[in-house]
Design a protein around this ligand. Sequence first.
Ligand SMILES: Nc1nc2c(ncn2[C@@H]2O[C@H](COP(=O)(O)OP(=O)(O)OP(=O)(O)O)[C@@H](O)[C@H]2O)c(=O)[nH]1
Ligand SMILES: [Mg+2]
Ligand SMILES: [Zn+2]
Length: 349
Amino acid sequence: MTDTLTPTSQAGLARLGWSPTDEADWNGHGAPARVIVNHGSICEVMLAGADGRLVHHSATTAPHLPATPVAGDWVELGADGRVHAVAPRRAVLTRAGAAGSGPQVMAANIDTVLMVVPLDAGLNARMVERLSVMGWESGAQPVLVLSKADRTHDEGADDTAAAELLSPGVPVLPVSVLTGQGLDTLRTWLGPGTTTVMLGPSGAGKTSLLNALEGTDEAVTAIGRAGGRHTTTTRRLHLLTSGGVLLDIPGIRSLEVAASRGAVDDVFADLAAFAQLCQYGDCGHDGDGGCAVEEAVHTGDLPHARLVNWRKLQGEIAYRERREDPTAMADIRRQWKAVSKQARRPRRG
Ligand SMILES: Nc1nc2c(ncn2[C@@H]2O[C@H](COP(=O)(O)OP(=O)(O)OP(=O)(O)O)[C@@H](O)[C@H]2O)c(=O)[nH]1
Ligand SMILES: [Mg+2]
Ligand SMILES: [Zn+2]
């Protein structure tokens, strides 16, 4: 941390979500700026001026940056006004990238991930599980927000109880922007020096939550297309009156889950507890002898859907590991070629 930062600019930095961890990690020479939104060639950043006022700046990025700046990044501007360094990131929200490109960072330096799951069409267990895996994977605190609770008969009470079983150890909060339910509790998560990102499918009500929290007016309705709804297309950081900052990002598709086995075990803690009792340490819970997980499904102690969904996630992780490991992929291609050659070989007789 440089001593050129005055106490007032420290207060300004706090408005941008500057936390003690960021301060400890910062070894830039100038003042840190925070990326509000990255438009591709132009990065909108905010700086805390010496008088404590926040200054908007549109910056291009210097060539050969090791990482593309994303919303939430702390960056350093050069004398030319360009972004010339990106600070190392603490917790990051990622999703599966295109083949061969590894995970893609959607938000950097976050403290809390709000997984926003709507209740208007009933609680979607698979969605809760998959978003929770992404939440745990980020390294930030995951919180499950059940939106549109006004569309249930009991303010989302039953769904809250069900969600607590689907995502053990994660706080669950039913909310509604129509009735205001849960918004005050939500604000307590969004205090000064915190950065929060909202993660959920398109239409879950993320931007509506931002508007309800702030009394702001980010477009969520009426542009005449796509059923009259305005869908968020950029990842943008918003400064909240509660003191924290909130990142609104476009809806995520379930296939974009990027996760490790550790994060899956966090979400499937009930299954993982039974797995401890399997006869073999590397039990696949798939017809193996002495499997305590399958036994628990038979006795009804573990819902069958949990095992099914766990298997699906494991399968996806294994697929991604192969895809991202070039030698494994080369082996698969070689095998594949051999198989297809055989198939093409003309039959005798
Ligand atoms: N009944 C009810 N409807 C809501 C609530 N919150 C949001 N909606 C409606 O849900 C629709 C989608 O809301 P958005 O806030 O745009 O959803 P989003 O998650 O930001 O969607 P993307 O930007 O596409 O990711 C809008 O028509 C909102 O009016 C709620 O608490 N109750
Ligand atoms: Mg939105
Ligand atoms: Zn087993």
